[in-house]
Design a protein around this ligand. Structure first.
Ligand SMILES: Nc1ncnc2c1ncn2[C@@H]1O[C@H](COP(=O)(O)OP(=O)(O)OP(=O)(O)O)[C@@H](O)[C@H]1O
Length: 580
């Protein structure tokens, strides 16, 4: 295994119980994180997330399955620590001490992630912050949808259990899904404005909107409809976090069993002025918007509700969860989560002027080699940070890399790569992602590592230089074929274990030579940037077949190419064209 590579199959030995602050957080109406995850009755190894900064803190560290102690990097601080790497004793369920499967549930008004015990395919009480009995809570044990399988694991997320493992390995525990009533398609900007101006707010006298009930609700309230609307009036918007409804109960802001005013955790999207729609992806529509209070320009990503399953996509929850927890200059910053009156949930992100895909298509001038090095350094720093924090991005591609007009790079779109390889969704042709997919995945590897991201980084580096994607297959077979034709057909000698991979048994092209250098000649007559020997060496190391030998982000950052002239350019001139 290449130095610096982390074994991604981890077993948590133990962890120090964190103090439970989420209830207070909600009551205090903090809008800092606007989102939190937690549970009141924690079992060993359950998701434990809370808002606020705290140290990364497994008391006794993690152990890789091969027994090597793998400690998180010293001195790393997270906003909070959302990811727990428990490996279930038995694939298929998320075990807990009591042998109870944990499911993840989501509040309708603010994506508060809750975990609750499930037994016999039913949610069981005992956890006070549960949705009401009549909130169309649908348990789907043994759901065969791959996404659902993975969603089951969102709270005890574990790479080994992810969709990158085989279908057979995918856990098939129960999944809780809540039908929160209205699901509205993504609104256009005009609709936002209407929604915000037509709506009204009712204030409760003397109430600051916080949970003053002291848990006064009892089980009898659980028969009530769980209203999904709450109204906010324009005029009241300045009073952020200080509004409430006539009665928390009537407004549905309190769940009878939760004792939490969930609304207080999230601001309303009406506090933002929509400027334009930037893009629409598989999981969300992204808008450019202005925070009416601060004037700050932000990007709002509206989470697309899962209409068929009528629920909050847990892959989006995971994205929110990860992005709220990470803090790195090369990872897009999610500031908070806001909601609208139709169950809409938006991630408020720092706004970036470009994504690399759009920019490379629109930009007439190629990036200079100094700029390419700077972009690669930033990308590798971001990927190293993810890998240091035990996260595989799994969907690195140019459209998921954002760039400011000053050349600051940020990785975005977390939690979506789990859709990789699932039945095609109409919005995103899978071929797009296929292009960056590592050969071990194409060949059906059940175990994988950080190396899959490094392959994608190699494809991106090649694209920076050539200004076009490197391998552009339309199907998995075509993708493999294109890779083999360029890099040579691998064999057991250069990739031990290859023959054991389950992947397609098709007869692949026999290409004995690596033709990569032909695509990236050392000289150019067109004036486009050329890869030096050192640059080509790094590219080759990124596009190495054997994942065990593929260069890690840590190693790549130390590569001599970055010390060779032209040096990485630190001062980008404003990049044009700006997004239209
Ligand atoms: N913070 C941001 N600032 C500016 N633009 C952004 C931001 N985040 C996302 N975008 C734009 O929106 C696009 C889609 O975003 P994102 O990839 O997060 O959505 P998605 O639904 O997950 O897309 P995909 O179909 O690729 O999975 C990006 O390619 C980028 O152009």
């Amino acid at each position: 295994m290449a130095a610096g590579r982390k074994g991604v199959v981890l077993r948590r030995e133990s962890y120090r119980e964190s103090s439970i602050k989420e209830l207070d957080h909600c009551r205090n109406g903090s809008v800092q994180n606007g989102f939190h995850v937690g549970k009141e009755e924690r079992e060993e190894g359950e998701l434990c997330v809370e808002p606020g900064v705290r140290d990364y803190e497994p008391a006794s560290g993690f152990k890789a399955v091969d027994g090597d102690e793998v400690l998180p990097p010293p001195g790393k601080r997270r906003k909070f620590s959302p990811i727990v790497w428990d490996l279930p004793e038995k694939e298929g369920v998320i075990p807990s001490k009591k042998g109870v499967t944990q499911v993840t549930t989501v509040s309708h008004s603010c994506p508060t992630l809750l975990t609750s015990p499930v037994q016999d395919g039913r949610l069981h009480g005992g956890v006070s912050r549960m949705p009401p009995q009549n909130s169309s809570c649908v348990l789907q044990p043994g759901h065969d949808d791959q996404e659902a399988d993975e969603e089951n694991n969102a709270q005890g997320w574990n790479i080994k259990m992810s969709r990158w493992a085989s279908d057979g390995q995918s856990p098939v525990g129960a999944v809780a899904e809540f039908n929160f009533g209205k699901v509205k398609p993504s609104p256009e900007i005009g609709e936002f404005q209407r929604e915000c101006s037509e709506s009204t707010i009712t204030r409760s006298s003397g109430s600051n909107g916080r949970d003053n009930s002291g848990g006064r609700f009892d089980g009898s309230d659980s028969e009530k409809e769980f209203p999904t609307d709450f109204m906010v009036d324009d005029e009241e918007q300045s009073d952020v976090g200080d509004y409430a409804c006539d009665s928390d109960e009537d407004a549905g802001l309190m769940h009878p069993q939760r004792n939490i005013n969930m609304l207080q955790s999230c601001r309303s999207v009406c506090e933002f002025e929509m400027i334009k729609k930037i893009n629409e992806g598989t999981y969300g529509v992204v808008y450019k918007a202005r925070d009416k209070k601060t004037g700050e320009i932000v990007a709002l990503k509206k989470v697309k509700m899962n209409i068929e399953r009528d629920g909050f996509p847990l892959s989006s929850l995971r994205e929110i969860n990860i992005l709220l927890s990470f803090d790195h200059p090369a990872i897009v910053d999610v500031k908070e989560v806001v909601v609208d009156s139709y169950d809409g949930t938006f991630m408020v992100m720092e706004y970036m002027e470009h994504d690399l895909k759009g920019l490379m298509e629109a930009k007439k001038q190629p990036f200079s080699m100094g700029e390419i090095k700077s972009l690669m350094l930033q990308l590798l720093e971001g990927v190293k940070y993810l890998h240091d924090n035990w996260v595989l991005h799994r969907d690195l591609k140019t459209s998921n890399i954002l760039l400011s007009d000053k050349g600051k790079l940020k990785i975005c779109d977390f939690g979506l790569s789990r859709q990789f390889g699932s039945p095609l969704k109409p919005y995103t042709p899978i071929v797009v992602t296929l292009w960056y997919r590592a050969p071990e995945l194409l060949l059906g590897a059940k175990e994988y590592s950080t190396a899959i991201d490094m392959w994608s980084v190699g494809c991106i580096m090649a694209e920076f230089v050539a200004r076009e994607p490197l391998f552009t297959g339309r199907t998995e077979l075509e993708q493999i074929d294109k890779i083999f034709r360029t890099l040579g057909t691998p064999d057991e000698k250069i990739w031990p274990g290859l023959s054991k991979l389950p992947g397609p048994k098709a007869k692949f092209v026999k290409q004995p030579y690596n033709m990569l250098r032909k695509k990236f000649p050392a000289t150019s007559f067109t004036g486009s940037p050329v890869l030096s020997e050192l640059g080509f060496d790094l590219l080759k190391k990124l596009l190495t077949y054997n994942p065990e030998e593929r260069i890690s982000a840590e190693e790549a950052l130390l590569h001599d190419w970055f010390h060779e002239v032209p040096l990485p350019k630190s001062d980008f001139k404003p990049i044009f064209p700006l997004r239209g």
